[in-house]
Design a protein around this ligand. Structure first.
Ligand code: ZN
Length: 424
């Protein structure tokens, strides 16, 4: 079946699954080893997470992304997807436009890269355009400044698909597989919940709110008997970690546990992930997330407060405002703007800003409060944090986190990676 991706173009999938064919294709190609970020972006490109991109971006597309938030052909695009390389490596590997190289990861073949462009780009122009600042303390700006001398643009073909380590293997789906799954479930509408968090009740209600908003004008007659036609997809971002983040395994397993323990019906809720290093580009990153989820076949995408932001670089609702500037026909996914959920002791329930009149009594679900609850190891009230989720967080700490559900240096050094590339 042919699927349509972002920009109304055919969903990209450039993957060779036949081993013999792959070995044939890479004969005589010079091997260029890549670090984890480039490996994950090559994988994402090949499977169409970044559709309509077929490979790392060329200069004209980077330029157009910075100036117009669009590719040269007018497709909305907000964050450059680039392959950086040093001048010395270009010489050492004999890289020239018109040639192809074999990208390798941890010593094994990964993908064929057809070199179509070699270029430099002004980092300040880029940072200002994408991040709205040139401050090197911004993690996205820092990443941009740290890129090597030059960039290579051109098509990517994956010749050795990644293997996912448990428990990630149960949650990995390519864009095509996401769509097939939604089809099997009979979902007509699917709303994305972007997360890097273990869910507390506030998160659970954000999702419930998004589900209701997505389902809103559909009548019960449209709902086949007993069968949900609107779904929530938790699509976790798995990528570069920073000390203090939740460990990846805890994020995925606790999100799925909301379904497993019935807080969402089996046919309403599903968990998967996308490999991506957060850029913390606030509104521009919100657009990027919307593009990825369009490619996964989602119809709606929730955006909350401070989506993909960092520090004080963006206003709390900048990521909402940016969607007003994008013509509806240019982005085939409907943003659902969700408000903040909190606990109101007076109402005795979880409620949201803008509803009840007990502001003075409200207890917010701040990350700090939730972290201290987890660190204390004493089960909190179930209205604040579900007991099953609490147990899984502790289990994940033991099983995957060297005793901590938060990223430590030990986890960074020795923790299980989401994927590996085996010998071809
Ligand atoms: Zn209240």
């Amino acid at each position: 079946m042919e699927f349509i991706g972002h920009g109304g173009k055919k969903l990209v999938e450039r993957v060779v699954t036949d081993k013999k064919e792959a070995l044939n294709k890479i004969k005589g190609l010079k091997a260029v080893p890549v670090r984890r970020q480039l490996a994950t972006e090559a994988i994402s490109l090949a499977y169409g997470f970044f559709s309509p991109l077929e490979g790392f971006m060329k200069k004209n597309d980077v330029d157009s992304t910075c100036k117009n938030m669009a590719l040269v052909d007018g497709t909305v695009w907000s964050i450059p997807i680039v392959f950086d390389i040093s001048d010395q490596e270009i010489v050492d590997y004999g890289i020239k436009v018109g040639t192809s190289v074999l990208l390798t990861y941890e010593g094994n073949p990964l993908a064929i890269f057809e070199i179509e462009d070699i270029y430099a780009y002004d980092r300040d122009t880029w940072s200002q355009a994408v991040y709205g600042t040139t401050d090197s303390k911004h993690p996205g700006v820092k990443r941009t400044l740290d890129y090597k001398d030059k960039f290579l643009g051109g098509k990517i073909t994956l010749i050795n698909p990644p293997k996912f380590n448990p428990p990630f293997d149960q949650y990995w789906l390519t864009p095509k597989q996401h769509r097939e799954k939604f089809g099997q479930k009979g979902w007509k509408r699917v709303v994305a919940h972007q997360t890097r968090n273990v869910p507390h009740s506030g998160h659970e209600w954000l999702m419930k709110h998004a589900w209701m908003a997505t389902h809103a004008e559909m009548s019960m007659e449209e709902t086949e008997e007993g069968h949900a036609i609107t779904g929530v997809l938790v699509n976790a971002i798995i990528g570069e970690k920073r000390a203090g983040d939740y460990i990846d395994q805890a994020i995925i397993l606790t999100q799925d546990a909301l379904r497993k323990y019935g807080y969402f019906r089996d046919d309403v809720h599903m968990t998967s992930f996308t490999l991506w290093d957060m850029r913390y580009a606030g509104p521009k990153e919100a657009v990027h997330h919307a593009i990825i989820r369009t490619n996964l076949g989602l119809t709606h995408h929730m955006f909350g407060r401070d989506h993909a932001g960092v520090g004080t670089y963006y206003g709390s609702y900048d990521a909402h405002r940016i969607f007003n500037k994008i013509p509806k026909e240019k982005l085939n996914i409907t943003p659902i703007f969700v408000v903040e959920w909190l606990y109101c002791p007076h109402c005795g329930e979880v409620t949201c800003i803008g509803l009840c009149n007990h502001k003075k009594e409200w207890q917010g679900f701040s990350g700090t409060v939730i972290r201290s609850i987890i660190m204390d190891g004493v089960k909190p009230p179930r209205l604040i944090f579900r007991p099953e989720i609490f147990d899984i967080v502790q289990e994940c700490a033991e099983k995957y986190g060297f005793g901590s559900p938060f990223v430590t240096q030990e986890y960074l050094d020795k923790g299980t990676q989401a994927f590996r590339i085996d010998p071809l």
